[in-house]
Design a protein around this ligand. Structure first.
Ligand code: ASP
Length: 444
């Protein structure tokens, strides 16, 4: 639909009546913002509770036949306060009473968890004067609980064009039986992306409490620059390595339709935000990297075997050991006679001894060495493929900081360079790399 904008507002954007006011101003400032997807009220301040957490807690108490009055009253107060402050005529107390009874009488976990979005959407639609369309009538899962993209897309495309302005709760949908199912936590982002895709929106806006993606973790680098434009692929790389702002799965529906996502800050509307664009659209390359992200706690298993390169089937056998133990391999850098497998330490957990024994039996290596406490850092940038010296800059920065690089891989798309360092060097390495790319005219 031409010029249609879909806007999703996160939990902190709708945490209280003041936030609702800001959201209304944003929505009404552009009449193209036609389909609005709210999350449940989030935290208003540090130490506050998310409504979804409280609802899940009520479910847990009820499923153990315990009293939910105390926890549910916090939920009631939050919603009643919002409705009172906004002067809405909605019978919120009556709706809450019904939900409480359903939870007490043994409703499912997903049903209980989804009610925060349901209630917030009812409130927002009444506040805006938009139609309320329940997500259970638009977003579908099959009998086995798998998301049904075909049925969902079809329904959205038939229902929404006849509604000029609508609010649709995020996070949940329904099975053919009508049973409510939720996406994983943070799943309202997915709902927003599905609606944007279903109506062929011109843009999918995702309003949150940060002004987009930052080039590096602000807990490590002070005042990192914001990323103004990033491609879907770059975002995948950065999100995977631990720079979450959006739910990972929310990229796929919009990516398929080449709809840009714009991350904006409800509390700082003039900030540019981050635009996430199609990998194929011409994106200016600014001459530097896009971002740096990383994760700690990997284990490197290094395997040596003379003439490994000519031992047909060696790699298959090695991978089979990990596959049959349900362990995913993150990276596998290799040389002629050796290969290293980089695995999340959490996944290896209690299986390490068993896995090593199976490698010895099945692959007959000359030696196996394990290096725990490794961190991986991904330096991501679409310009890498065209620019000389990016890796030199990374490695020089690390060398100047006295950080030993234990492993290097470059993705075949030349979108990233991944370096492995000791956990203890993780923060120092990120800071050094960030600085190398952000100090004006700095030659290292
Ligand atoms: N309210 C849900 C959660 O807290 C979903 C969302 O906010 O996107 O995970």
């Amino acid at each position: 639909m031409k010029d249609v904008m879909v806007a999703k507002f996160g939990g902190s954007s709708l945490a209280d009546s003041k936030q609702f006011n800001k959201v209304k101003d944003i929505i009404t400032s552009n009449t193209n913002r036609r389909y609005i997807i709210p999350s449940a009220p989030g935290k208003r301040h540090k130490g506050d509770h998310k409504i979804t957490d409280l609802l899940f807690m009520c479910y847990q108490l009820a499923s153990h036949k315990l009293n939910i009055d105390e926890v549910f009253s916090i939920i009631e107060t939050r919603f009643c306060d919002i409705c009172r402050d906004l002067d809405l005529s909605l019978d919120i107390a009556g709706i809450l009473m019904k939900i409480k009874r359903e939870i007490q009488e043994g409703s499912s976990k997903d049903y209980a968890g989804s009610r925060g979005e349901y209630l917030n959407a009812l409130i927002l639609s009444s506040y805006l004067g938009f139609e309320f369309i329940d997500a259970k009538d638009l977003i579908f899962f099959d009998d086995k609980g798998q998301f049904d993209s075909m049925a969902t897309e079809k329904k959205i495309a038939t229902v929404l064009p006849s509604s000029s302005y609508a609010v649709i709760p995020g996070f949940y949908g329904a099975k053919p039986s009508g049973e409510i199912l939720t996406f994983s936590r943070g799943g309202s982002d997915i709902t927003g992306a599905l609606i944007a895709s279903g109506v062929h929106a011109s843009i999918y806006e995702n309003w949150t409490d940060v002004s987009g993606f930052l080039m590096a973790d602000p807990n490590i680098v002070s005042n990192p620059k914001e990323i103004e434009v990033i491609t879907y692929k770059e975002l995948r790389e950065l999100s995977y390595m631990g720079a979450p702002v959006l739910h990972e799965e929310s990229i796929f529906p919009v990516k398929a339709k080449r709809i840009p996502i714009c991350i904006k800050n409800t509390n700082a509307i003039d900030d540019v935000g981050t635009m996430i664009v199609d990998d194929l659209s011409p994106v200016n390359y600014s001459g530097t990297i896009t971002g740096i992200a990383g994760k700690k706690d990997f284990t490197v298993i290094s395997i040596e075997k003379t003439l490994m390169n000519s031992d047909v089937g060696f790699m298959r056998k090695l991978i089979t050991v990990f596959e049959t133990n349900d362990i995913a391999i993150e990276h596998m850098p290799s040389s002629i006679d050796s290969v290293s497998l980089i695995i999340s330490t959490e996944l290896l957990h209690s299986k390490l001894k068993k896995v090593l024994e199976e490698i010895r039996i099945y692959c007959k290596p000359d030696s196996i060495t394990c290096y725990p406490n490794m961190a991986l850092i991904a330096v991501v940038g679409r310009g890498m493929i065209k620019t000389k010296g990016i890796s030199a800059k990374i490695f020089t920065a690390l060398a100047y900081s006295g950080i030993n690089i234990r492993m290097i891989t470059q993705g075949s798309s030349e979108l990233n360079i991944i370096v492995g360092v000791q956990n203890a060097d993780y923060e120092g390495a990120i800071a050094a790399i960030y600085e190398a790319f952000n100090q004006e005219n700095k030659e290292i």
